[in-house]
Design a protein around this ligand. Structure first.
Ligand SMILES: Cc1cc2nc3c(=O)[nH]c(=O)nc-3n(C[C@H](O)[C@H](O)[C@H](O)COP(=O)(O)O)c2cc1C
Length: 169
């Protein structure tokens, strides 16, 4: 039984990539989550919203902003409830308006992180973790948050070595 779990959120669709709006077939955070999985024996869980975010970047950012302002907990397709078998939890997400996308709040609030080692990772377009590490402290109460990994979304495909090193830190 593996002791590692990856919980992540990632969106495909239209997004800024190297300064241009493009269709991204695989979300940036998902690329990193898969590198982690390749590097260590880990189970992987993708948090997916029931009401799919729009393909259009601007529409998506508007909805995400509203969800954040209203402090909503969007419904998710599947909820993980028991992480007792795992020691290390990798938690990954894109920076959305300075912190974690709200579906991650829906998921993380369901879990008991007492005694767990948490390794956070983020992809972003300039803001790094923003205020998400403070939010994670609250969301993962009782867990020990280790050094995070922050990667610019446009550089995910050049980051495998960095990810591998960080996994073992
Ligand atoms: C709704 C939304 C809000 C975003 N807000 C920020 C932000 O505040 N700061 C930032 O650096 N990047 C922001 N971005 C860019 C994403 O963090 C970045 O493109 C990330 O790599 C996307 O990851 P994904 O493809 O796994 O979803 C935002 C993107 C979206 C769609």
């Amino acid at each position: 039984m593996t002791e590692n779990l990856i919980i992540y959120f990632s969106r495909n669709g239209e997004n800024y990539f190297k300064g241009e709006l493009k269709n991204i077939e695989k979300g940036n955070t998902q690329v990193i989550a898969e590198y982690i999985k390749n590097e260590c024996d880990a189970d992987i869980f993708k948090v997916e919203e029931v009401n799919t975010y729009p393909y259009d970047y601007e529409e998506c950012t508007a909805i995400a902003r509203k969800e954040q302002k209203q402090n909503l907990r969007p419904e998710i397709k599947q909820t993980l409830t028991d992480i007792s078998q795992y020691e290390t939890i990798f938690i990954g997400f894109p920076n959305w308006w300075g912190t974690l996308p709200m579906p991650m709040w829906t998921q993380l609030e369901e879990l008991d992180f007492t005694g767990k080692t948490i390794k956070p990772f983020v992809t972003h377009e300039g803001s790094g973790f923003g205020s998400s590490l403070n939010d994670l402290k609250k969301l993962c109460n009782g867990g020990k948050i280790k050094k995070g990994l922050s990667i610019s979304g446009s550089e995910v495909y050049e980051s495998e070595t960095k990810v591998k090193l960080w996994v073992h830190e």
